[in-house]
Design a protein. Structure first.
Length: 93
């Protein structure tokens, strides 16, 4: 709990600068936005594992499983790309 209080006090101190508050807090927002890559990586790994299990149980359905898997992986990767894009925007704009 003390860790979060310390982080909160640092954020509030950085935000108290007035006009430069957004510029001071942008790197923190960028760091948080990039964490979407962790979630996407975990989701992609989990989905791939389940697809392998499903294919092992029903090899005749491998085509349908692959199609659904690729669609799901595309959506998961898109969220990671959005997070990285937002992080870059917060840092450089």
């Amino acid at each position: 709990m003390e860790f979060f209080n310390t982080i909160l006090s640092v954020v509030l101190h950085m935000a108290s600068d007035g006009a430069n508050a957004v510029l001071n807090l942008a790197p923190i927002g960028a760091g948080i936005a990039v964490f979407t890559g962790i979630g996407a990586g975990l989701g992609i790994g989990y989905a791939t594992g389940k697809a392998v299990e499903a294919t092992a149980r029903q090899p005749e359905a491998a085509g349908k499983i692959r199609t659904i898997l690729l669609l799901g992986l595309a959506f998961a990767e898109t969220t990671a790309i959005y997070g990285v894009f937002i992080g870059i925007m917060l840092i450089f704009f």
